[in-house]
Design a protein around this ligand. Structure first.
Ligand SMILES: NC(=O)c1ccc[n+]([C@@H]2O[C@H](COP(=O)([O-])OP(=O)(O)OC[C@H]3O[C@@H](n4cnc5c(N)ncnc54)[C@H](OP(=O)(O)O)[C@@H]3O)[C@@H](O)[C@H]2O)c1
Length: 320
């Protein structure tokens, strides 16, 4: 099968399209013919081996797995003997953040991992872009206990994580203030944001409003700077470690706080998360934001674009 392949950490020069053997499912795995995947920031972390901490998961000196791609949508073409949740021909989607493998014509997934059935009314392209940003956002939002009536702010709301976060919190009934650049204010209104702030002309940490939850989906702010706009028991989450790698430490300290807290959840996807996302797709409350589409042969170009940090939402990689 054709796959985008790499053997060393580095830039896009490490990636090449090769013919490699198709994977074989174990007893609890399904084999998926991949129709569409994405190139995202998680792939970039595993390509470059940065930040270094990522190598504890991806391999210290060189990558443990040679095919990237963590988000996928495709159809089941083979199943292990013990598989119960899926049958041949099922249309499936999800996220595989340990072994990766979606930048290839076929991949395998454990049936109890981050995989679920694609709703009938949803195309492979939409499904492929639903779970990376979607599960990072969902896990943080659930930890922060956002619900109907919560007042929340999302910084970096046009990113893969941010754009999913806006839609998930609107779905839950929250009032959402979203922060992005000048060119994308109307996009965020389309996604359902109640109020939008342009970070190029205003500093959101100085606004006259307080929030139950501040979600910095691009990790550009700090807990210290956001404290004044958090309610007395407000929660702050960032997708980055912070300028001094301080966020995991502050999360430990916050455990003892009865007031404003910083949380730093470890995002581990499960079938419940995928089912939650599938339901939102089916009823139309989540429409993954798609920026550009590339073919498998153009994987290097897709990575070049995502590495700029300027993509909007998701970048698709068409495999079939
Ligand atoms: N280490 C990992 O494995 C890992 C995995 C996943 C995500 N992450 C981190 O999570 C973050 C979000 O990932 P993502 O895929 O959602 O990001 P992304 O899609 O690459 O985010 C790009 C967006 O960030 C916005 N942005 C840039 N500078 C900003 C600023 N100063 N204030 C507000 N928004 C700004 C841009 O919005 P405008 O165009 O509107 O300006 C752009 O749409 C990234 O920092 C990423 O590194 C890390």
């Amino acid at each position: 099968m054709k796959a985008s392949y790499y053997t060393n950490y580095g830039g896009i020069e490490q990636l090449s399209i090769r013919d490699i053997p198709e994977p074989t499912p174990t007893a609890t795995q399904i084999k998926i013919r991949v129709h569409c995947a994405t190139v995202n920031r998680t792939d970039c972390g595993f390509l470059t081996g940065k930040p270094f901490i990522a190598r504890f998961f991806s391999g210290l000196r060189r990558p443990r797995f040679q095919v990237l791609g963590n988000e996928f949508a495709g159809e089941v073409v083979a199943i292990g003997n013990d598989v119960k949740r899926f049958k041949l021909g099922d249309r499936v989607f999800g996220y595989e953040g340990t072994h990766f493998g979606a930048h290839a014509e076929y991949m395998v997934m454990d049936e109890n991992g981050g995989v679920g059935k694609i709703p009938d009314n949803i195309a492979f392209d939409q499904a492929a872009a639903a779970c990376e940003g979607g599960h990072y956002a969902l896990i943080d939002i659930q930890k922060a206990k956002v619900d109907k009536g919560s007042v929340v702010l999302v910084n970096g709301a046009t990113g893969a994580i941010g754009s999913a976060a806006v839609q998930i919190m609107k779905h839950l009934g929250a009032e959402v203030v979203a922060v992005c650049g000048t060119d994308h204010l109307s996009t965020l209104k389309t996604l359902g944001a109640d109020e939008v702030i342009d970070y190029r002309t205003s500093d959101f940490t100085q606004i006259d409003k307080q929030f139950d939850f501040i979600f910095d989906a691009v990790g550009k702010s700090t807990f210290a700077k956001c404290k004044r706009i958090l309610k007395p028991k407000g929660i702050y989450v960032s997708t980055e470690l912070g300028p001094y790698n301080q966020n995991p430490f502050l999360a430990l300290v916050s455990k003892f706080s009865t007031g404003k807290k910083l949380l730093f959840p470890i995002p581990i996807i499960n079938t419940g998360h995928v089912d939650f996302i599938a339901n939102m797709l089916a009823i139309g409350t989540f429409k993954p934001l798609i920026d550009r589409t590339y073919q498998l042969e153009q994987t290097n170009e897709a990575f070049t674009y995502v590495l700029t940090g300027e993509k909007i939402g998701n970048v698709l990689l068409k495999i079939r």
